[in-house]
Design a protein around this ligand. Structure first.
Ligand SMILES: Nc1ncnc2c1ncn2[C@@H]1O[C@H](COP(=O)(O)OP(=O)(O)O)[C@@H](O)[C@H]1O
Ligand SMILES: [Mg+2]
Length: 236
């Protein structure tokens, strides 16, 4: 640590690196909050009751992110635990067909789950924009294979998603439906040692019969939702 009246000159290879390190040093000293690293778009991607999803840009690198903003003051203890559980699961997974976590920021007022931004929007919007025209067999095949890889990756780690549906599938590009990304881990849960769990959660139209019936269930419940989703994509 330098005495407060001494200075050091530091050289950087580029302007971008200089800005990046300047911001990091400010953060380290607590002069600006970590939240200020991001320039937030004024219009949310989606506004829900409990949180909003905001598009933002990382000031230093120019990278686009999507931030789930949870207002802690207006969120119950139970819901806050759910959001923290979502962040914890996202922090343990990394796969091309699963939404990527960038970082989690928390202060006394807000919890921010910062994720990679997927500019293609969600699959529900995509289907609407095509007036629900069924996908071609070839496209459906590629889509199914990609999403199956993401689900297989999660299941191999004992993670059940519990809410596979078009709104929770993101696209890197509107023209690249073949490489979807599974998002929204709000209801995801780790099931240790192939055990079963209970809890009637998910979205009715996509829920496995065992969940609907209130029975115990495990990872295969996701496969029902996955099948229902594919059926919706290929039928008119
Ligand atoms: N990383 C992202 N990039 C772009 N859009 C996203 C991203 N994550 C979510 N969205 C959009 O925001 C919506 C809500 O996000 P989601 O995580 O599903 O929250 P909720 O729990 O409110 O359903 C998604 O349906 C999608 O349209
Ligand atoms: Mg969702």
């Amino acid at each position: 640590m330098l005495p407060s009246d001494e200075t050091r000159v530091i050289y950087f290879k580029s302007e971008q690196l200089r800005t990046y390190w300047y911001n990091r040093l400010l953060l380290a000293q607590g002069f600006v909050s970590e939240i200020d690293q991001y320039e937030m778009s004024p219009e949310p991607i989606q506004k829900a009751n409990l949180c909003s999803m905001i598009h933002a840009t990382h000031r230093a690198t120019g990278k686009d992110v999507a931030i789930k903003v949870v207002d802690k003051e207006n969120t119950s203890e139970k819901m806050l635990e759910q959001f923290k559980g979502e962040a914890a699961i996202l922090s343990r997974i990394r796969h091309n067909n699963v939404c990527k976590l960038v970082e989690v920021i928390e202060n006394p007022n807000v919890l921010l789950i910062v994720m990679q931004y997927y500019p293609g929007g969600d699959l529900q919007n995509y289907m609407e924009s095509r007036d629900y025209e069924p996908l071609s067999e070839e496209t459906a095949k590629q889509f199914t294979r990609s999403l199956a890889k993401g689900i297989k990756y999660l299941h191999a780690r004992g993670i059940i998603h519990r809410d596979i549906k078009p709104e929770n599938i993101l696209l890197c590009d509107v023209t690249a439906i073949e490489s979807p990304v599974l998002a929204d881990f709000g209801l995801a849960k780790h099931i240790p040692d192939k055990k079963t769990i209970t809890g009637r959660v998910g979205t009715k139209g996509y829920m496995a019969p065992e969940i609907l019936a209130g029975d115990a269930y495990s990872l295969p419940a996701d496969i029902w939702s996955f099948g229902t989703l594919i059926y919706a994509l290929v039928s008119s």
